[in-house]
Design a binder for this molecule. Structure first.
Ligand SMILES: Cc1cc2nc3c(=O)[nH]c(=O)nc-3n(C[C@H](O)[C@H](O)[C@H](O)COP(=O)(O)OP(=O)(O)OC[C@H]3O[C@@H](n4cnc5c(N)ncnc54)[C@H](O)[C@@H]3O)c2cc1C
Length: 355
């Protein structure tokens, strides 16, 4: 059986981002890489959006970028600017195509459907396949989005809506997210932050239809694409071993209070690439411990007080948008952290800290 210097298990966002980073930095000229990916074909299956607080390799896969956004609770809307850190939406179809076209030109890179097809005994492994143990206490961000096309101009494509809490909360945390790609097309997503112990919040199609037709007052539209997913708001378990690093969601790259993962994956890929020659001894890359600590308290508050969350999110965005964006994107300094913390209901958070 064939042997390889490196194996990437899972050719999704993290696996392909890492392979691309290694390839463009010429780390695979004299080394061999196997990518293990079971999917039969690559097609658009996700839209990765984020505030661009760091450089990445995929500006040419950005479908649309915005410099303004809004956050709503019933009867109140906050309009915010994000010129310094535009919000970008990466089309996964373009991302997969760009990377695979590049990788297939290097004879040192091979693709397999299952790791049993190769000898992995002496390879260094990067795995993006999370081990998620079923636990009814775990919180998830679960969602479903559709892209709609209208015949006439309907959307204001200069501004996206990050969170619209003016909807049925069902004793949980629920909001709609709208990314207008043009005046006649948009991604509209229903999003829940909850324990997902049953299917009672999963009537996604009805929720979206009701929102579009009765809240947005849009009656004539065509559905052109649909995506559904669930992001764990907890760290998957894994065993530390000398010849393996977990990447992507499996590697703890999700910011637990927001679900944002894409840019953290890019930063992790750059870190691995920089240290690849001595990767077994490199320090573990992780989201700064201060965010892990703050997110843990935040999620405890969310779990215990879902009814408070629309106001909590709304108030958070009363800080300067630049500060909130930096905080939510792991780039804030202590003063900026403090300005966010001071906007939170103090006793609720103090109680959660000691729970
Ligand atoms: C629908 C959706 C939308 C999202 N939107 C955003 C967003 O807007 N912004 C953001 O920052 N984050 C977003 N996320 C979170 C995160 O960025 C993505 O989940 C991202 O794809 C995580 O990358 P990954 O490589 O860890 O996982 P994946 O991209 O899921 O890749 C894992 C790969 O492993 C493969 N695989 C599975 N089992 C095996 C096996 N046994 N052996 C080998 N391979 C296997 C899968 O086929 C898959 O290709 C979104 C997540 C989802 C699900």
């Amino acid at each position: 059986m064939k042997e390889f210097d490196y194996i990437i298990v899972g050719g999704g966002c993290a696996g392909l981002s890492l392979a691309y980073e290694l390839e463009i930095n010429e780390k695979l000229k004299d080394k061999t890489l196997a990518i293990i990916e079971p999917r039969a074909e690559y097609k658009k299956d996700k839209t990765w959006s984020f505030w661009k607080v760091a450089l990445h390799n995929f500006d040419d896969c950005v479908k649309k970028s915005w410099e303004n956004f809004s956050v709503n609770i019933p009867k109140k809307t906050n309009h915010l600017e994000c010129k310094s850190y535009p919000y970008q939406s990466v089309d996964s179809g373009l991302f997969y195509e760009k990377i695979n076209n590049k990788l297939k030109k290097n004879k040192n890179i091979s693709f397999f459907k299952d790791i049993s097809e190769i000898n992995s005994k002496d390879s260094f492994i990067f795995s993006s396949v999370p081990i998620i143990k079923k636990d009814h206490r775990n919180l998830w961000q679960h969602f479903c989005g559709i892209e709609v096309k209208t015949q006439n101009n309907f959307f204001d494509d200069e501004i996206f809506n990050l969170m619209d809490f003016d909807c049925d909360q069902r004793d949980s945390v629920h909001f709609f997210y709208t990314l207008p790609y043009s005046k006649t097309s948009a991604l509209i997503e229903t999003t829940w932050l909850s324990k997902m112990n049953d299917n009672s919040q999963k009537d996604y199609d009805n929720q979206i239809k009701d929102y579009i037709e009765n809240q947005l007052n849009l009656k004539n539209y065509k559905i052109t694409y649909k995506e559904e997913g669930a992001i764990p708001l907890f760290y998957p378990t894994y065993k530390e071993t000398k010849n393996k690093i977990n990447i992507g969601t499996a590697g703890g790259m999700t910011r637990l209070s927001t679900g944002y993962t894409f840019l953290n994956i890019q930063e992790h890929s750059k870190y691995i690439c920089k240290n690849i020659e001595n990767i077994s001894n490199a320090k573990k890359f992780e989201i700064n411990k201060k965010y892990q600590f703050l997110d843990d308290i935040f999620l405890r508050v969310l779990d215990e007080n879902p009814q408070m969350m629309p106001d909590i999110f709304f108030n958070m965005f009363k800080s300067s948008p630049k500060t909130v964006i930096k905080f939510l994107s792991n780039k804030s300094n202590y003063l900026e952290d403090l300005s966010i913390i001071l906007r939170m209901p103090k006793w609720t958070f103090v109680k959660a800290l000691f729970r």
